[in-house]
Write a protein that binds this ligand. Structure first.
Ligand code: ADP
Ligand code: MG
Length: 694
């Protein structure tokens, strides 16, 4: 394919910007770099029509005079522009000399920009200005494309307009027609625009209708190939990796169920255990995602699934993202198991060498049945006798690679159960984990009271202190969480330190403990233990306690600077309380100045206790790229045009279509599917990471 360096207007410098900033190397990459928005340049506005809150508009007229206002770096350039009747101020804060050299008074220009209000008058900041005579004729004048650029590109004079100019001749070349990347029968079935027309119209739309058709087609194509790739991968995996067969439910499981289970399982827990049983008995390797809101009892499900593995002569492992959580799982599970005779051990970064050697030996010989730990589990040196079942808790905290290392701990990959309390919206799950089966625990254990959530401004602190006091006097415990943002870790720790001192001074009668990520493991344990035992009444912490920590007696969660947390993180934090029989409270403290988005976030938290609802809202607010976890777990590809928030319906259609095609033609060997096979191969060679998610 033609390198972009040979295209008119590109050259080595711009080519290297395209490559480093946008991963664009060939003319084809560029053609597939779609505009992110379009602006209507189909008509000229009169200045008297301008009102508040308008989009980008264009006005025809001339500059009456220039004026420099202020001095030095504060200086701005102002131009009075008239359409013959009214005037408006054009303002620049940069490039003063450039502008005054380039534009003259009295010449007819088209000014393009977004009107804003300053000192009660309208102005246009940093407008685009063109000579009326230089405006492109014909179809270009309608909807104008805008391309995303980065700061680096802009300082290299590669802005949206330049990109448009580079793409224009490429699109002209397309007009002779290029082979379609979708088979004719699909175009026909869904009445899709062909590829040539779509590419032309996505860059230079003839009109709004054609633009819409073009975008629909390109979105469908994008979603369809992702689904085709994922589904094909799944088929391949099912054929090539047989699963261990756990044919029986044995004594460990049965004895546990009869004698050790301290409460009745919820209906949802029972259902999920059944789903897992079917999977592990089927001969297929299981890949299952278990979604269940915080406190829904996922640990117990994991434990019972691991017991099935042990009953069938296999070892099981449970990996958690933090040491605190691994520790806690270990303690909980040991307690659940009692004297059942299952050998359970803990492996974390702070396991001593001597204990570790002993553990390695037991693991290798098969004496050890269940290993619980942190990512220490995936180190080379950890070798199992016969690993058959793996549980990954809070899976979004792990990278794809870390997870796939566990696969390789046995010759034949073990069954995998990944668990998350951060529910992933369905559309995202379908795209991220196309081949993962999903189980949902949609029921909390009985007797839980919904957590009451409130949002307070900081001035309510005094009243809040009285409330804390009362809760503790009633026998409860309290969490206070401070945000930790990595860039300024020092400052954040300072916040935490100050908060801790303030709390100690305010509540001298109570013991206060403190946890953050920088503490040594032993110290962390000690502090945690203070809280678990009930000796400490208040825990001041960073988000290290976000996942999994389970102290049922804690009934108040106070989140400082709540505006600095995302929705799913807030929900996770809130989930640390409401685990016992008492009424629990979550209090979100923020400053006064909140963005509109933050206000919505606080509102949602106050109104909803439902993790699925919250994650949907999060997706709407932030877009899938920012959902907690997806960046870390590695979104295996970037969507260029489809949008998981808006295109859920189309995603479903694309998925079903891909499924049907693969069912009737698994190898894509039929003539009519030849183009699919070819295109898939091409896409995979570019993006190798497609579908390697586990
Ligand atoms: P999560 O799904 O957030 O990991 P946990 O597994 O930590 O939740 O369970 C939360 C609490 O609920 C634990 O104290 C656990 O012992 C308890 N629990 C789990 N299942 C049940 C049940 N069926 N009935 C009552 N309590 C349960
Ligand atoms: Mg948990």
């Amino acid at each position: 394919m033609q390198s972009i360096i040979y295209l008119a207007g590109v050259g080595p410098k711009k080519a290297s910007l395209f490559a480093s900033e946008l991963d664009i190397h060939t003319a084809e990459d560029l053609i597939r770099y779609y505009p992110y928005k379009y602006v209507d340049r189909s008509r000229f506005y009169y200045l008297h029509e301008i009102h508040g809150n308008m989009p980008y508009i264009q006005v025809k007229g001339h500059i009456v005079r220039f004026e420099k206002v202020g001095e030095g770096p504060q200086q701005r350039l102002s131009a009075i522009f008239t359409d013959g009747k009214d005037t408006i101020e054009l303002v620049w804060f940069k490039g003063v000399k450039f502008i005054t050299d380039k534009y003259k008074t009295g010449i007819e220009y088209v000014v393009f920009g977004k009107p804003s209000v300053f000192n009660g008058k309208y102005n246009i900041l940093h407008p685009e200005i063109d000579l009326v005579s230089s405006l492109p004729a014909g179809e270009q004048l309608g909807l104008q494309p805008f391309y995303n650029t980065t700061e680096k590109m802009k300082s290299g004079f590669l802005n949206s307009k330049t990109i448009q100019k580079i793409i224009f001749p490429l699109v002209q070349q397309l007009k002779t027609g290029i082979p379609d990347t979708l088979p004719a029968y699909l175009l026909k079935k869904f009445a899709l625009m062909n590829l040539t027309e779509s590419l032309i119209n996505v860059h230079f739309p003839k009109n709004a209708h054609s633009l819409n058709k073009a975008r629909q087609r390109l979105k469908f194509e994008e979603l369809f190939y992702i689904q085709l790739s994922i589904l094909q991968q799944t088929k391949w995996r099912e054929q090539n990796f047989k699963g261990f067969i756990f044919s029986q439910i044995g004594n460990f499981f049965n004895d546990f169920y009869k004698n050790n289970l301290p409460f009745e399982l919820t209906g949802a827990q029972k259902r999920v255990i059944r789903e897992i049983r079917v999977d592990v008995g089927s001969g297929r390797q299981m890949n299952r995602l278990l979604q269940g809101d915080v406190g829904s009892g996922k640990t117990l499900v994991a434990l019972m699934a691991m017991l099935i593995a042990v009953d069938n002569g296999f070892q099981a492992a449970l990996m958690a993202p933090t040491e605190i959580l691994a520790n806690q799982h270990y303690i909980t599970i040991k307690e659940f198991l009692g004297d059942l005779g299952v050998n359970v051990q803990l492996l974390t970064g702070s396991t001593r060498t001597k204990a570790r050697e002993e553990l390695h030996a037991q693991l290798k010989s098969g004496e050890l049945n269940i290993l619980i730990g942190t990512h220490a589990l995936i180190e080379e040196t950890v070798q199992f006798h016969n690993l058959g079942f793996v549980v990954i808790d809070e899976q979004h905290r792990f990278g794809v690679e870390q997870r796939s290392k566990l696969w390789k701990k046995n010759i034949q990959p073990p069954h995998i159960l990944v668990m998350t309390a951060t529910p992933i919206p369905r559309t995202l799950a379908m795209t991220l984990y196309g081949d993962l089966r999903v189980s949902v625990i949609d029921e909390l254990p009985p007797g839980r009271k919904p957590i009451q959530t409130s949002h307070y401004y900081e001035n309510k602190r005094h009243g809040l202190n009285q409330f804390i006091h009362k809760q503790i006097a009633d026998g409860r415990q309290v969490y206070i969480v401070y945000p930790l943002i990595q860039e300024s870790e020092k400052m954040d720790l300072q916040d935490l330190e100050n908060g801790y001192n303030y709390i100690c001074e305010t509540f001298p009668q109570f013991k206060v403990c403190k946890i953050h990520g920088k503490l040594k493991a032993a110290e962390k344990d000690y502090q945690m233990q203070l809280f678990v035992s009930g000796e400490a009444k208040i825990m001041v912490a960073t988000t290290v306690i976000e996942v999994g920590v389970n102290v049922p007696n804690a009934s108040v969660m106070i989140i400082e600077n709540a505006e600095r947390f995302g929705l799913s993180q807030l929900h996770q934090l809130r989930g640390r309380v409401g685990r016992g029989a008492d009424q629990s409270y979550c209090i979100l403290l923020t400053g006064y100045k909140l963005s509109a988005e933050t206000r919505i976030r606080m509102d949602i938290m106050v109104k909803s206790n439902d993790g699925f609802e919250i994650s949907e809202a999060d997706l709407q607010l932030r877009g899938p790229g920012d959902i907690d976890g997806t960046t870390q777990s590695g979104m295996p590809f970037e969507l260029k045009i489809a949008n998981l928030t808006q295109d859920g319906k189309m995603l479903e259609i694309a998925r079903n279509t891909a499924k049907e095609i693969l069912e009737s033609d698994p190898e894509l060997a039929q003539q009519e599917n030849y183009v699919l096979k070819q295109q898939l191969r091409k896409l995979k060679s570019v993006k190798l990471s497609w579908g390697v998610i586990s």
